[in-house]
Design a protein around this ligand. Sequence first.
Ligand code: ZN
Length: 298
Amino acid sequence: MSTTKIHTLDLGLGRQRTTASYLIESNGEAALVETGPDSTFPNLVSGLARHGLSPRDVKTVFLTHIHLDHAGGAWRMAMEGATVHVHPRGAPHLADPSKLLASATRIYAEKMDELWGTLEPIPPERLRVTEDGQVLRVGGAEVLVVATPGHAIHHNAYVVDGLAFTGDVGGVRVAGGPVLPPTPPPDIDLPVWRASLARLRELKPAALYPTHFDRFDDVEEHLDALEVELAAWAEWVKSRMDEGKDEAAIVPEFVAWLTGRLRAAGVSEEGLAEYGYALPFAMNVTGLMRYWRNAARA
Ligand SMILES: [Zn+2]
């Protein structure tokens, strides 16, 4: 009989309880879903130590996607001997992270080191490209790969013994607040995202583990609320674009609108800061504007 345990490792990205790595232990084997960024790698190591493990004991890493808050530290786990599973569209950027590093440095500039740290190439023998529908194993646990684009084209969810690890496609929910859709550039695609949510619903997971942050058992309500919020954000941004406003005008308006909604939902000032680390507010506008421009061209 398999005895599978899931542990939430708080990576402390900016604040506590914003960003997780999930430790799966089953029949003496250990795996991680997400590594978090390079910058919080010491917190990952101490999180593992609390469960009596060192990075060397973790043979397998499952990445939901290659954004740095999820995968930036994967190369360190690979150096410790772990095999890193990643969507085929993400794998080339882990084997050669120069583009990923350059685009992050462009966005974050002098904050790059503090926020994310660095990236090193993962050797090909340590990388495994996933296939949608594939079933992998950790000890006695079955790990179903579910390609779930919409937030990023290189996004997977993983269903482990009926528990869904949803990365960012299953939304962000921190500080006791509502679930929100992270919509950074460049891959946001609304119909594709909705189709991924439909797939997650069909799998009827017993619980959701979004990377930001921890376990939620109200699966249907969570996914429904996420879909409603995604549509609301997209329409809000579209209506400002239709008024002829540019990004510089829309961003502060969006931040004020979202902050107001979160306060009305009972989120504290500290909670707002936690949301800010899990999904930087301004970037959501950039991602949605890009989506609408592409949609208008298509
Ligand atoms: Zn994220």
